[in-house]
Design a protein around this ligand. Structure first.
Ligand SMILES: [Zn+2]
Length: 501
């Protein structure tokens, strides 16, 4: 049989993202509308994000189809040693993201992003997002120069079209202010949903639209993984998604619109407090959370374990890693590669094994130690943290519940009511969207087209799936990493560390 695939020019894609949503929180009562989408589409049963499992590393992977080692957004914050003097970058700052891209001649990311690839084909990427300002910008960081619409659910300054913002102001009002910490962020989700259904879709009909809800991530960080307010925020976002789904079932599906629902990582609960600074101080390093004259080691704040040394010599890296791997909070740990698997520090893995090797990568990249005990809300997954209080939700590390990400694809091109057990990842979404639109993905994309989800393709022979378990350690420390290869695409399912027996 000859494979015949049509890519009608009328085909459109709406990608809906739920920040920080664990796939195991989706069910008929908590999220009836995501559940409804599952019945009409394909659910990716073994879908993962990239490492580190931080939003502003993962969302760039969503739109570039590339791992952090390739796109260079190696964490929410990083040290750029290519700048003179070195520059500590926090990508939460949307204006800094745009400035750095301009200063670098458009090369903030090392690979083309979905907005650029679509623009080259005369197509448009619209972004409506209630995430942080930086995340919102990173969905299409060149939107201003490409002339693509971006609307933030909170910050008017992010709008890349004054006229669109004015139309929204006139029709549905200004974007609502972010609520106080710990209060579910509801208004922004309904604002963006109205913006999509009332203005952006009917007036602009973008080829690809990203509708990104900043919940349940924000509530989980302030209240806990499945605390009542987090579940309220999730239910609200799901209800807004239901409005999109109602429209899609009534009209969108017939108009060849495809809906893809994703999340960028999961969440686990903090159960114990680490003191990374103390361990490094005891090993002779003067630490701070930012660069400075008297700082030997910058410990990047947040759940990503990233340490930049003022003197990144092998001797210093070995000394720090030796001290860290004796600490009870130390999970999997990575350094520059001695080869493709082993890091230069004994007991560490090579950064490239987790696709996180880049000039901006920290000298020592680590996860906090996590386990699969049940948290106070009945969910599997607990971790240590250097910053977040006990009981709250976090992500950034390698626990399989942090790495697990939502992926549901629906529309005439996809199978319906089906579950895919083929491993997949966030880097596969962009190439799959491009394939839907009849565009060949750029070679820099690490992800693959999710052929197994298509109803319109004859069942091809499944790509080879190779699962490898890597182990490393010392007399006191043992770490394990699960990596899966599907064809040329690689996924990190998770990793953990424990005291050596
Ligand atoms: Zn996130």
């Amino acid at each position: 049989m000859k494979a015949s695939v049509t890519h009608p020019a009328t085909r459109r894609v709406i990608l809906v993202s739920f920040d920080g949503l664990r796939p195991d929180l989706i069910n008929a009562t908590a999220t009836p509308h995501l559940h409804r989408l599952q019945r009409q589409g394909v659910t990716l049963g073994r879908n993962v994000t990239v490492y580190p499992s931080e939003t502003r590393a993962a969302m760039p992977s969503l739109v570039t189809g590339a791992s952090p080692g390739r796109h260079g957004m190696v964490g929410n914050q990083y040290l750029d040693r290519a700048a003179v003097p070195s520059r500590y970058v926090d990508t939460a700052d949307d204006q800094l993201v745009e400035t750095l891209d301009t200063l670098s001649g458009g090369r903030l990311m090392g690979v083309p992003s979905l907005g650029e690839v679509l623009a080259a084909q005369g197509k448009t990427l619209a972004v409506l997002a209630s995430n942080s300002a930086g995340t919102t910008r990173l969905f299409n960081h060149k939107a201003r120069t490409l002339g693509h619409p971006t609307i933030s659910g909170h910050f008017a300054r992010l709008a890349t079209s004054r006229s669109l913002l004015e139309a929204l102001n006139a029709r549905i009002g200004p974007p609502p202010a972010p609520p106080p910490a710990g209060t579910p962020d509801l208004a922004a989700q309904s604002y963006l949903t109205a913006a999509l259904l009332d203005i952006v879709w009917p007036q602009l009909r973008p080829d690809v639209t990203i509708l990104s809800f900043g919940e349940p991530d924000s509530s989980s960080h302030y209240c806990g993984t499945a605390e009542v307010r987090t579940l309220e925020a999730l239910a609200w976002a799901d209800q807004q998604f239901g409005r999109v789904l109602d429209w899609w079932e009534a009209e969108g599906r017939r108009q060849d619109v495809h809906i893809i629902a994703v999340s960028d990582h999961g969440h686990v609960s903090v159960h114990a407090q680490a003191d990374v600074h103390q361990v490094l101080r005891d090993a002779g390093f003067r630490c701070d959370s930012a660069s400075g004259q008297d700082v030997d080691a910058i410990v990047v704040p947040g759940q990503v374990g990233a340490i930049y040394l003022a003197d990144p010599s092998e001797l210093k890296i070995l000394r720090a890693v030796a001290a860290m791997t004796k600490a009870p909070w130390c999970g999997p740990i990575f350094t520059a590669g001695r080869n493709d698997i082993e890091g230069i520090a004994p007991g560490s893995f090579a950064r490239q094994l987790v696709m996180a090797d880049h000039a901006r990568s920290s000298d020592i990249l680590f996860s906090y130690r996590a386990d699969s005990e049940v948290d106070p809300f009945g969910l599997i997954g607990r971790t240590w943290s250097n910053d977040a209080p006990i009981g709250l939700g976090v992500h950034g590390g390698l626990h399989h519940k942090e790495m697990a990400a939502v992926g549901i694809l629906a529309g005439t091109a996809f199978r319906s009511g089906s579950l895919s057990e083929v491993p997949s990842g966030i880097c596969d979404i962009a190439p799959t969207i491009l394939h839907l639109l009849g565009i060949v993905a750029p070679s820099q994309m690490d992800g693959r087209v999710l052929n197994e989800t298509f109803a319109t393709l004859p069942r091809a022979a499944p790509a080879s799936v190779v699962e490898t378990v890597y182990e490393a350690g010392s007399s006191t420390y043992h770490q394990v990493l699960r990596r899966i290869q599907v064809g040329a695409a690689a996924y990190i399912e998770g990793g953990f560390a424990e005291n050596a027996a």
